[in-house]
Design a protein around this ligand. Structure first.
Ligand code: FES
Length: 286
């Protein structure tokens, strides 16, 4: 198709569009504003509206309306205000605000009451004696414990009692008798000490250090020898301890004293003379 044909087609399209626009505009001029009624409609409605063959003009209607008006002022009826009567609370029932206030206070009271009851029951509930921490915890046979200590490279942990059990050397017992309370001596004489895992400084759990053969607290670096006597760090004393007893049949029991361990020995106590046997696990102790 050559360029002349294209131009011809374009001109034809433009002419057709112009014709469509012209016809549309001409149709719009035929309508006298939005909402205007056609002549047929107006003709049909006029007799029905007036009820007569002759249609009334707008002026006629306006004049009729003016003539029907009157200048007489009609006084409104005087109504006396009705006397106030106190509302019947029972009939009204609770307002929504009152309901929510009462529900809120009731629920709060219920919660506090439940908490108090639970605390009371917990306070009265017997602790200890059931074999867990706080009571007397069976640790097994003495020979087995000593074997476990050897197998675990110097330390035996008893989780039920939250306690480390280590061997106490027989040759240190005479020294211990001058320092430790008599409650602790039977266990030491049997060759054991039971050390509470909680650091006497600020209460962190103190782990064993197998290389130094000490206990070394990771929180602030307190260090204790294998029988819990303080060697370094900010702790105010040696590791606290529990009572060890050995029955005639060789069964070992750790009395965890309701969780209130006996205070560890004073700073400077060193009944075993054990020094660090290797590198420390925690640095920071003095
Ligand atoms: S809690 Fe153990 S050294 Fe501070």
């Amino acid at each position: 198709m050559n360029s002349g044909a294209v131009i011809g087609i374009a001109i034809a399209i433009v002419i057709v569009l112009a014709a469509v626009m012209f016809l549309t505009a001409a149709r719009r001029t035929d309508v006298r504003g939005a909402g205007a009624l056609s002549r047929e409609t107006r003709k049909r409605d006029q007799p029905a509206a007036t009820g007569s063959k002759k249609s009334a003009t707008g002026r006629d209607l306006e004049a009729a309306a003016t003539a029907s008006r009157t200048a007489t002022v009609v006084k409104a009826d005087t109504l006396l205000p009705s006397p106030w009567v106190e509302p019947d609370i029972e009939a009204i029932g609770l307002s929504r605000r009152k309901f929510f206030n009462r529900a809120y206070i009731g629920l709060m009271g219920l919660g506090l009451g439940g908490f108090a009851a639970a605390s009371f029951v917990a306070f009265l509930w017997p602790t200890g004696g059931g074999g867990g921490f706080g009571g007397k915890v069976g640790a097994g046979k003495l020979d087995d414990i000593l074997l476990n200590i050897r197998l675990n490279n110097g330390f035996f942990y008893l989780p039920e009692a939250r306690t480390w059990i280590t061997a106490y050397p027989a040759d240190a017992v005479p020294k211990a008798k001058k320092i430790y309370p008599s409650l602790l001596l039977p266990g030491m004489e049997a060759g054991l000490v039971a050390l509470y895992q909680k650091c006497p400084h600020l209460g962190c759990r103190v782990p064993e250090c197998k290389s130094s053969q000490w206990f070394e607290c990771p929180c602030h670096g307190s260090q204790y020898n294998r029988v819990g006597e303080k060697k370094a760090g900010p702790a105010p004393r040696g590791m606290d301890r529990f009572i060890v007893s050995v029955s005639g049949t060789g069964d070992v029991t750790i009395d965890t004293l309701g969780g209130a361990a006996l205070p560890g020995p004073a700073i400077g106590t060193n009944t075993t003379g054990q020094e660090a046997e290797g590198p420390h696990c925690i640095t920071g102790g003095e």
